[in-house]
Structures are given as C-alpha cells and as structure tokens.
Design a protein around this ligand. Structure first.
Ligand code: ZN
Length: 369
C-alpha cells in the first residue's frame, strides 16, 4: 500500500468515527474487531481477508463482557451501576451477555468451555451484528462509503465478509493508532449517554474500567508460570520467588490483551528493565519453545484454572509485533541496560517445530535423484 492510500484510509476511518450515526457503541466494537482480526489472521495473497461473522461476534463478546460489571466512580462512591451502551435502553448484545455473565459467575473462559451454550450465544450475537452495525457502519449521512468491505461480497454459504485488498494491511500498520482513536470515541459516547452521567460523575477511571487489564485473573497466571518455568526468571534464568512479576511478553502498550501464553514469570527488576521494549530474538526463541512448541501443557493448566489463553492468537500477535518493530527499526531488550536494534533474523527465532513440519508436508516427499 502506498503512503497516499494509507493516509486516505486513515481519513475515511476518522470520518466513520466522527460522522457515522449510531445510538449504540457497536460501531466502535466493530472497528476494533476488524483491526484485531487483521492482526490475528493472515491475509490472502491479494491482500484481502475473509472474516467469519462468528469471529467478529466472538470479539464483541470479549470486549463487552468486561464492561458489564457495575461501574463505581471510586472506592468510596455511593452509587454503582451498569453503564448503558445505547442512548435509551441497554444495547441488545449487552442484554444477551448480562444473562450469560450471571450464569458463569463473570468468568468468560468458563462460558467458553460450555461449548454448546457458548455457540448459541455467539450465534445470537452474530445475528445482531448482521442486522445492525455490519451494514450501517459505512453509511455516512445518506452516502454509502464501502471502503472496508462490500455488502455484495457477503457470502451466505460460510457467513463471511471480505476485507478489501489492503485493508487488513492498513489495520496491521496502524493498529495502535486505530485502537487509540476507537477507544477515545467509545469513552466519549458512553459519557454522552444521559443515563450514565449519574454513575460516572467526575470519574477519570472510565478508560481503565472499559479497556484495562483484568488484575484479578493475573494472580492465577502467576502461579502456573512460576511452576512451568521451574521457579526461574524467564529472562535471566536465576531463581525467582513466587511474588515475582508477571510480564506481558508482547507489551500491553503494543497489543492490549491478556492471554496465557503471552505471559512470562520474571524478577521485578528484569520486568522493569525491559519496560515496553520488544524482547531480544534470543528471548523470542525461548518464548516460542517454552510457550508454543511445548505449550499444550500450559494450555491445560490455563483451561483448568479457567484463564483466557489461545496459543495461535498469541503467536500471531508476536509475529505481527516483531514485523512492525522491524519496519520501524525498533529497539530490542536483552538484559539490564543492554538494548540493540531488531535484526530481520528474529524470524528464525519463531519458526516452530510445527512450522517446519508443515513446510515439509507442503513440499511433499523428497524425490530420489
Ligand atoms: Zn531475572
């Protein structure tokens, strides 16, 4: 994609955020879902990307699930209430989720494990998405500005839409910026809904409530990873006590998601020294080995503890983060104050045993000469 077309993409996106007419916050969830799925999935060779509506629905569930508990402006606040995500009454998807949340004590991973019920929830959410934001998102005023996907490309057979060539690439390039714009507009919309004003008051903690990390879940990961790493710090390999730190291997500031395989257990000094840098490819290689190639055991522990995890997604996000890092000549952290420029060889570090097996299968059997 050329610089011109990337700027055009951002302008149009900005118009959608500013001018599109919505009484609910669905349009923000939809844009965020398209951006996230562009990072987590590989585009086709022509740069387009087919997305199942079910995958978009899954994202809606993830975003809104955490926004449902009552919001309390601060610890001492007298009133707490669930925020409306629609002008006059609660948005339909949130009503569906509120029901599911109470059944599973608020734990999304537990809801997912009850797969029949979860499938039916996702189907109902998908239906709302198809009826509401999907075909309205790109309508500005009376004009139809289909620059992300086209109505005519909807395929009923597998219930998918297709992001136009270059769209997924732009979302990958500008993921941080898009996330920032979408969240800012989302927060504003929630503040504008009259019924929310009483709950919100002057609270400044709203962005963290809507999009922050889920601290309650983190302690569960901590114990699992401490044991999985044999009580040693992921980065320096020295012994570390149980009260060490849980580090987002791909920093939260780069991609805000809490998924089991993206965590490593570290000394707090090592964690602090790493800051928001990408880890050196030597760390990336160990991360790929420990958490991906031998990650099934971990998946089992996460599943038992009902903690969110997804090996495939964690890997896609890591590859994306290093690709972006390489493009922008990012620095990588090795240890202490030792920082260098990311070299293209990082790719070798994350080629897993599974990839090599797959490549061998695609090449076919070796012919005798
Ligand atoms: Zn350490």
């Amino acid at each position: 994609m050329t610089a011109d077309s990337e700027i055009r993409f951002l302008r149009r996106l900005q118009r959608l955020l500013e001018e599109g007419q919505f009484t609910s916050t669905y349009k923000f969830a939809l844009l965020q879902a398209l951006a996230d799925l562009s990072v987590e999935r590989d585009a086709d060779l022509d740069g387009s990307l087919r997305l199942p509506i079910a995958a978009i629905a899954e994202k809606f569930i993830e975003y809104y699930w955490r926004q449902l508990p009552p919001f309390r402006a601060d610890a001492g606040a007298a009133s707490a209430g669930t925020l409306l995500q629609n002008t006059d009454r609660q948005a339909a998807i949130l009503q569906l989720l509120a029901h599911a949340r109470s059944r599973y004590d608020g734990m999304l991973a537990a809801a997912r494990q009850d797969s029949d019920r979860f499938d039916s929830l996702r189907t109902r959410v998908a239906r709302v998405i198809r009826q509401m934001p999907l075909w309205k998102l790109q309508t500005i005023g009376r004009q139809n500005e289909e620059f992300l996907y086209r109505r005519e490309d909807y395929r009923q057979a597998d219930d998918t839409i297709r992001l136009l060539a270059g769209v997924a690439g732009s979302f990958r390039s500008f993921h941080g910026l898009v996330t920032h714009l979408v969240r800012g507009a989302w927060v504003e919309q929630i503040r504008r809904i009259p019924a929310n004003r009483q709950v919100l008051g002057e609270a400044t903690t709203l962005p963290d409530f809507l999009f922050g990390t889920n601290r309650a879940a983190l302690s569960g990961y901590r114990n699992i990873l401490h044991d999985h790493q044999g009580g040693r710090c992921f980065y320096c390999d020295r012994r570390v006590a149980r009260n060490g730190d849980l580090d987002h291997f791909i920093a939260w500031s780069r991609y805000p998601v809490d998924l089991g395989h993206n965590f490593v257990f570290t000394h707090s000094e090592c964690n602090r020294a790493k800051r928001d840098y990408l880890a050196h490819p030597a760390h990336l290689q160990r991360w790929a080995e420990q958490n991906l190639d031998h990650g099934e055991a971990l998946s089992g522990f996460f599943a038992d503890a009902k903690l969110p995890h997804d090996i495939h997604r964690s890997r896609q996000v890591a590859v994306w983060a290093y690709e972006q890092g390489e493009r922008s000549s990012a620095h990588v952290w090795l240890r202490g104050k030792d920082v260098g420029v990311l070299a293209p060889e990082w790719r070798n570090a994350i080629i897993s045993v599974a990839d090599m097996r797959l490549a061998a299968e695609q090449l076919g059997p070796i012919q005798p000469v």
